[in-house]
Design a protein around this ligand. Structure first.
Ligand code: GLV
Ligand code: GLV
Length: 291
């Protein structure tokens, strides 16, 4: 049992207890570290990688999204990337079903909105989270669940969801839920043309990344009643400035990017992020390497 020594690795751990970007810290504090433990609001770009230097072996993010990391640049430098898939799927899928509002009194039409029962729900991005949303939505007696995804998902069969093209999902859905990762192909796919193809009664929900939406076009669509309403857990930028027009619209509900904010999910994500770093620094298989 003797003789097992772990090397003294240096890991930069981002600010975890309070929201806020620590980009300004990253640049100055990553010099010579072997690992970076970051959040989705820490931009890990070329400048940060340069500042860290060749000692950096792993970037591990406490998020499933990796759009804040310059992935090709990490690949070039042989830096491995850890992320947290699976462990936040349930929490995020649950949030997609939530509604919020202030209770002041009661009236027959107050706080009413269309129900899911009998409706057509369209899910854009049918990965783990999209599929978990489909399983939940099905329990509400929806008439049909449609999905749009670049590749066909064989697992979709279990959810009873039908693969359609992007135009069809826009035309037919009463609820359109965006669960797509932000990659070049999904950047602002919800633009003016897309909103104009939706039903005027459609409700748009986004729990993935603000960057999948042309936010100016969304604001116009909500103001002109091109669509009925939107529920957003993600925006551009984040936090959304208080003077954003989105806050003034009574047909828009905004949450502060809390899709994965259950204590259980965040505990597991934190542990997984740390284990990804330890595994990478010890040359082992990472529990969740982004490949
Ligand atoms: C949350 O948005 C995540 O990517 O984990
Ligand atoms: C995230 O877990 C996804 O693939 O949707």
């Amino acid at each position: 049992m003797s003789g097992i020594k772990s090397k003294p690795y240096k890991v930069f751990v981002t600010r975890l207890d309070m929201p806020g970007d620590c980009v300004e810290l990253l640049d100055t504090q990553v010099k010579g570290v072997n690992g970076v433990y970051c959040c989705l609001n820490d931009k890990i770009d070329k400048a940060v990688l340069d500042a860290a230097g060749p000692s950096l072996k792993v970037v591990s993010t406490i998020s499933v999204g990796v759009d804040h990391i310059d992935v090709p640049e990490c690949r070039k430098r042989g830096i491995r990337i850890g992320y947290t898939p699976d462990v936040l799927t349930d929490a995020t899928a649950d949030l997609t079903e939530a509604r919020s509002g202030g209770w002041v009194s009661w009236a027959p039409t107050w706080m009413t909105g269309p129900g899911l029962s009998g409706s057509t729900v369209g899910i854009v991005g049918f990965g783990r989270i999209g599929q978990a949303v489909a399983r939940r939505v099905k329990a509400f007696n929806t008439a049909q669940i449609l999905y749009y995804n670049r590749s066909t998902r064989p697992e979709a069969k279990d959810t009873g969801a039908l693969k359609v093209d992007f135009d069809e999902i826009l035309n037919k859905s009463d609820f359109i839920i965006c669960c797509a990762a932000l990659v070049p192909e999904t950047k602002e796919i919800f633009n003016k043309a897309a909103f104009s193809k939706m039903k005027p009664t459609a409700i748009f929900i986004n729990t993935s990344r603000g960057g999948t939406v042309d936010q100016v076009a969304l604001i116009e669509a909500l103001k002109n009643n091109t669509i009925r309403a939107a529920g957003l857990d993600v925006t551009t930028p984040e936090p959304l400035p208080l003077d954003s027009e989105l806050f003034l619209l009574d047909n828009c509900v905004i949450l502060p990017h809390i899709g994965s904010a259950t204590i259980e999910a965040r505990d597991t994500m934190g542990e997984l992020t740390a284990n990804n770093i330890l595994a990478a620094l010890n040359g082992k298989e990472m529990p969740a390497e982004y490949k």
